[in-house]
Each structure stands twice: as C-alpha cells, then as structure tokens.
Design a protein around this ligand. Sequence first.
Ligand SMILES: [Zn+2]
Ligand SMILES: [Zn+2]
Length: 144
Amino acid sequence: MGSSQSMRKNETILKSRVKMLEKKLKAESKRNNFQKIRMKRAEQQIRHELEELKVRNKALEDTCEKRTPCCGICWRPYQNNEAMIPRILSCGHTLCESCGLKLAKSSYVECPFDRIKTPMFFNGIQSLPKNFTILQLANVSRQS
Ligand SMILES: [Zn+2]
Ligand SMILES: [Zn+2]
C-alpha cells in the first residue's frame, strides 16, 4: 500500500513538472516568434535602405558621368529652380536650397561640412547669395 501511494505522489510530481515545462516551452516559442518578427522587420529595414542606396548610387554615377555639379549633401544636381539653387554660406561652402532649408534654424544655418554658422535674414535661406559659378557650370554640363 505504501509503494502505490508513493507512486501516485511521484506521478503528481511528474505531471506538475511536465505542466511547468509545457508552460516554459510556450513562453519560449512566444519569445521566438517575437524575435522572428523583429528580425523580419530589421531585414525589411535593411532592404529598404539598400534600395535607397542603390537609387542614390545611380544618381551619383549619372552625375559623375555628366560632370554635373551637385549638392554635397543630397547629391542632386544644382539647377536654377527653387529647391536646387546653390546658396553660398559664409564659410565658402555651397548647399542646395532644399538642404539649406532642412538645416536652417530660425536665424542661422550651420554648415554641414565644418559647422560654421551663417546668419540669415528674415527671408531665411533665400537671403544667402546664389552661387552663379555653379549655375554656369550646371548649364554647360547640361548642354554638352
Ligand atoms: Zn542638397
Ligand atoms: Zn562650410
């Protein structure tokens, strides 16, 4: 009689242990799934960045080929229209207007190449002088 009792005791211990292990396994697989989702997201992110880099690389190759002067931040070719007008900072560096707008604070723009601040007037980035030399070069490269 004593041995059957202890057997039953062992059984219940084993059952509870199995239950615990099942719980653990469930939690583990949940964590695994979560990890998988995160990995997938990271992979998508990387793929997306790669696509963007490819586009940028293509733009770079194109402009190098044509020797078109480009903004050193966004690598788009300068043009004599609003977004791509080359603007000269007081440090001597030139930026396109759209990049200048992105970098502009209320009263100054900080040069992304050397961090020198160029003060701006009420009309912001448009108060900075146009770089006509660059525009001339851009025209020449477009015509040739
Ligand atoms: Zn730019
Ligand atoms: Zn500068």
